[in-house]
Design a protein around this ligand. Structure first.
Ligand code: PEP
Ligand code: MG
Length: 574
């Protein structure tokens, strides 16, 4: 069977399907008869034992990962609490509840109590309780629960199949075993897709109904170049893809030979190619692919796959390690950009109709100054050891810039008082990713040192098209007249103020757009490193003068289709 979707990370992946399907649980709120009490207590105790056994197994599999091991140790302690078992049994006996209802009621009561405590770390335990109750209820109902850790012992490669995957699920994957994923939903610029690129994980999104069309253990080939999925293909197809895979790997190796060459056009226009990273492991690939520095460090990924906020020392360790690994090259650290589609299991987020326009990013700092202060202290301390710039996301106003700059001054003063070294001339920049920031970029350029255009968000906000909604994804296209004109305005305005501006959204690695981006006069392009060799090849075979002519021609076009036609033609004639 052949299906198709949208490829997120180019390449090929082969393996056995593993279907991730979470059941919708319905809790039975009726009362039981007295003669059912023993049976329900028995059900609960069986599930309790099974849950404990499962958690111990997972804990043992997680021994190499300190954070994960601690998480599961914590779960086991909660479960072993004497009152835990006793109170649930009492609810079954005295309130005549089904076992699952009793678990649900007990856990909800505990969560309510926890949420009253005014301590963010204690509040975070609520999520552990939710997880434990889910396990208990699944086991009462004999529903299989998926643990990524339980896949670790698999001998064969696995392709995960699911309706959707969250960023925090993907960061749990063991990449020695999980070689790719295919989901029904998703979008190119969602953070799940961004992480899968940084993990070099071949993945497809928008594959209709795949969870029903495939069975566990079916053999799957992902063609991440064309966006196809082959389910149980015959031997001849497997052979063809073996060949394609080997060629793909050898082409990739050849392109890597450009590693140490500049990204410069024939007529001398030099653009900086930088890397987008989400953790320090990503840095290993930076020099391999020939990036000149880090243009976007998405620090929120350091906050995921753990069960509490990283403290100042931990963050300092990460950032200092990053600058050391990068030697004297630039490291642009974006302050944590949570909310939208990036949530933490240990932090409460309000239920919002439009989270991308809600309580997210720098807006969270106002209510939780501790998060901002801790991060700024860690970044500033690390700045003493290398070349760091601070980048703020989601700016919409000068008030925010004044607020953030005054917070930096406050932290700097504290560090001076404490005799702690930092780079006093550290550069401060803003993402231009809201229409408002684009419109006021002339003011922003008077107050800040550098800029990075976040085309992922900018496109969704300017076009009023949700970046994560597959239904309207055909409208989500940064290569359209409005975005191109807006980028031209931003670049020209910021250049008039003698400041530099780059792009760090996914547009920077869209091979079709590179000549246009050169024509627009950008100073930097920051992208997932694996795209750098291809982008460099295009730049090194271009003339800046003809890219400017290309821009003029594109600006005359009125429709996306006309723009696409011209860009495609230019890429082929390259
Ligand atoms: C962007 O919006 O273009 C961007 C780079 O930020 P993120 O994708 O993390 O929202
Ligand atoms: Mg953004």
């Amino acid at each position: 069977m052949l299906l198709n979707g949208i490829a997120i990370y180019n390449g090929y992946a082969f393996g056995k399907a593993f279907i991730l399907k979470e059941e919708n649980i319905i809790i039975n709120n009726d009362n039981i008869d007295k003669n059912q009490i023993d049976n329900e207590i028995n059900n609960f105790l069986k599930s309790y034992k099974k849950t404990l056994r499962q958690l111990k197994n997972i804990r043992n599999l997680s021994i190499k990962n300190k954070d994960r091991k601690l998480l599961f140790d914590g779960y086991i302690l909660i479960l072993k609490d004497k009152l835990f078992k006793k109170d649930i049994i009492n609810l079954i006996k005295n309130k005549l509840l089904y076992a699952d209802t009793a678990v649900n009621k007990f856990i909800n009561k505990q969560i309510k109590l926890i949420k009253k405590v005014n301590n963010i770390y204690i509040k975070e335990r609520a999520n552990d309780l939710i997880d434990i109750s889910k396990r208990l209820i699944y086991n009462i109902k004999n529903i299989e629960l998926i643990d990524f850790n339980s896949l670790n012992n698999n001998k064969e490669n696995i392709i995960i199949i699911s309706e959707d995957l969250s960023p925090s699920q993907i960061v749990q994957f063991n990449l020695d075993i999980i070689k790719g994923f295919i989901i029904e939903n998703g979008s190119i610029t969602s953070h799940s897709s961004i992480i899968s690129k940084s993990l070099e994980l071949v993945s497809l999104i928008g594959v209709n109904n795949i969870t029903n069309l495939i069975k566990n253990n079916d053999y799957v080939i992902i063609d991440g170049i064309k966006g196809n999925v082959y389910i149980n293909p015959d031997k001849s197809i497997i052979k063809i893809f073996d060949k394609k895979y080997n060629k793909f790997i050898s082409d990739k190796k050849n392109l890597l030979k450009l590693r140490n060459l500049n990204a410069i056009t024939f007529d001398g226009y030099n653009i900086k190619l930088l890397a987008n990273v989400g953790n320090n492991k990503d840095i290993n690939n930076i020099f391999k692919y020939g990036a000149e520095g880090i243009g976007l460090y998405r620090t929120e990924f350091l906050f995921m796959d753990r069960n509490d906020f990283p403290n100042e020392e931990e963050q300092f360790f990460y950032y200092k390690e990053a600058v050391k690994l990068m030697k004297d090259n630039l490291v642009t650290i974006r302050t944590v950009d949570l909310g939208g589609d990036k949530f933490l299991s240990y932090m409460d987020f309000p239920k919002e109709d439009v989270p991308f326009l809600g309580w997210r990013s720098i807006r969270i700092y106002k209510d939780n100054k501790q998060i901002l202060h801790t991060q700024l202290r860690a970044i500033l301390r690390a700045s003493f050891f290398g070349k760091i710039r601070i980048l703020f996301p989601m700016i919409i106003s000068m008030e925010e810039v004044y607020f953030l700059k005054s917070e930096i001054d406050y932290i700097k003063n504290n560090l001076i008082k404490e005799n702690i070294n930092f780079d006093e001339n550290i550069k401060i920049g803003a993402m231009i990713e809201t229409p408002s920031a684009a419109i006021i970029c002339s003011h922003l350029a008077e107050e800040l040192d550098f800029f990075s255009i976040g085309t992922n968000d900018l496109t969704q906000f300017v076009l009023a098209v949700d970046r994560n909604n597959l239904k309207v994804s055909y409208l989500y296209n940064p290569l359209c007249p409005s975005i191109i004109n807006l980028i031209r305005y931003i670049v020209n305005t910021i250049h008039e103020k003698n400041k530099k501006v780059g792009i760090c959204g996914e547009l920077a690695s869209n091979l079709n757009s590179i000549k246009l981006l050169l024509g627009l006069g950008l100073d930097e392009l920051s992208m997932n490193v694996s795209f750098i060799p291809n982008v460099k090849k295009i730049i090194r075979s271009s003339y800046y003068s003809s890219c400017k002519k290309l821009l003029d021609k594109i600006l005359d076009q009125k429709t996306n289709k006309d723009i696409e036609k011209i860009l495609n033609k230019n890429l082929i004639n390259n």
